[in-house]
Unconditional design. Sequence first.
Length: 445
Amino acid sequence: MPPSSRMAPPPLAGVVVVAAALLLLLPEAAEPRTLLSLDDFGAVGDGVANDTQALVDAWSAACATGDHTFLHVPAAKSYLVWPVTLAGPCREEIKLFISGNIVAPESPDEWPEGGGGGGEWLHFVGVSDLTLSGGGVIDGRGHRWWARSCKAKHNATENCTTQIAPKALHFEDCQGISVMGITLQNSQESHLTFTRCSHVKANYLRITSPEDSPDTTGVHVVSSRNVHIMDDSISTGHDCVSIVGNSTDVRLRAISCGPGHGISIGGLGENRSYHRVEKIKMDTLFISNTENGVRVKTFQGGCGTARKMKFGDILMKNVKNPIVIDQQNSSSNEIPCGSKNGSAVTVGEISYTDITGTSASERAVTFACSEAAPCSKLSLENVNITMAGGQNASAYCHHAFGKSVGVVVPDSCLGKEDYLRRQGPASAAAAGGGTQEKGGEDDDR
Ligand SMILES: *[C@@H]1O[C@H](CO)[C@@H](O)[C@H](O)[C@H]1NC(C)=O
Ligand SMILES: *[C@@H]1O[C@H](CO)[C@@H](O)[C@H](O)[C@H]1NC(C)=O
Ligand SMILES: *[C@@H]1O[C@H](CO)[C@@H](O)[C@H](O)[C@H]1NC(C)=O
Ligand SMILES: *[C@@H]1O[C@H](CO)[C@@H](O)[C@H](O)[C@H]1NC(C)=O
Ligand SMILES: *[C@@H]1O[C@H](CO)[C@@H](O)[C@H](O)[C@H]1NC(C)=O
Ligand SMILES: *[C@@H]1O[C@H](CO)[C@@H](O)[C@H](O)[C@H]1NC(C)=O
Ligand SMILES: *[C@@H]1O[C@H](CO)[C@@H](O)[C@H](O)[C@H]1NC(C)=O
Ligand SMILES: *[C@@H]1O[C@H](CO)[C@@H](O)[C@H](O)[C@H]1NC(C)=O
Ligand SMILES: *[C@@H]1O[C@H](CO)[C@@H](O)[C@H](O)[C@H]1NC(C)=O
């Protein structure tokens, strides 16, 4: 049956139903609305039947409707869906209201090309104005993928693969996307990925997978702008949030993170690529039992910049590396990706304010920057991190410059900015060439 003949209530009936049932959610219920249910498209929802085509048909119907469309994934059911691409543009705004469960096939062998690596499970492309909400669950059931990963800590078999597992929920070239109030769990690789998207919200999410699951990043932001990640609880085997590519205006607030690998800007510049990450602001983060707290990581020989970042109001508990900048020991001997000598992704204009708590290792602060492009304009203000057992922690600086203000424990090891200026034009350019800041402590490593 063609999707159009199944399209449930006509617009007028839609208005009545919405007004009665969803009044609180839709105070401005004036435009025509269309309500669809996945079950109307032949979905079974028993966790066994293949509901992929039903989802494809429901999406086509929703996408073709000129009204605001609500597509419901009913509660207390489990819809088994194989990898699928849901493409835009669509005529109007769509709300995908997920109350039940959407689950992936468990065995990589059931995937096209025997799970030949990479790719994604639920793939949205070129879509604008889409909201996913509804309190339901998107479950990647990734156990079998993790078991065959060579990165699996415990269960790596002799026939492990280095192929990348699929991303669970991936939005590519999208804008106006909100993912809110649902659970994402056990993804094959990263749970929620945005690539070249703008005006994104990822709020009120619960994202979980086991601590020993490889590569299960919570939210992965790639070359996207205007991204809000707020009020989320994330515990996975990899980064809670990672930001790479050419990303700008990313805001994190009120995130509970851990266990996992913490919050990561990067790795940037791998294989001599160009990345530019800037205007990143994070506050009200609770990070516990993670590998890193807030980390900026770049690779040798890369190009681009990581700058204008603010990390504030963070409480760390038992975090192995609470504050890290890691430029992977970039040296001026590296052949750079660009034409200039000794390039590295430049790192600077980063402030750390009101960060307290405990480090699981002795070194609470690591600024390991490159000779080719020293880190500049770093700022530590009201930072107090001790070891989990109460002992003093330490800070390490290598080619790192900036200032400290107020209480800074362990003592700052940042070099003064004017030291950098004296090094001549090359270093000054690497430092951004701007005005110098005073008040830094003077023990360069
Ligand atoms: C499930 O249905 C989709 C869409 O019809 C199809 O592409 C896929 O191969 C099916 N999967 C299996 C295992 O039959
Ligand atoms: C590892 O293998 C054991 C035993 O086969 C199993 O109980 C456990 O869930 C596996 N862990 C992961 C992360 O797959
Ligand atoms: C590993 O791969 C080899 C060759 O493909 C195959 O013969 C063998 O059965 C595999 N072992 C396991 C444990 O899957
Ligand atoms: C970032 O943008 C630059 C210039 O527009 C481009 O060359 C580069 O490939 C982009 N990087 C990534 C990771 O997309
Ligand atoms: C970088 O290059 C190595 C070796 O060619 C490759 O294995 C790796 O996947 C590449 N990484 C990226 C991010 O492209
Ligand atoms: C950088 O690498 C060189 C050579 O591998 C090593 O001697 C040096 O200690 C490293 N520096 C840092 C800061 O890791
Ligand atoms: C590039 O490196 C070489 C060798 O280290 C040096 O002689 C030359 O001056 C450098 N060029 C620039 C533009 O920095
Ligand atoms: C830093 O925090 C520790 C543990 O909470 C506390 O005992 C200590 O007084 C604080 N130091 C400063 C200088 O505030
Ligand atoms: C810990 O740091 C404080 C403040 O810097 C210092 O007074 C104290 O002696 C240190 N304790 C040890 C055991 O190093």
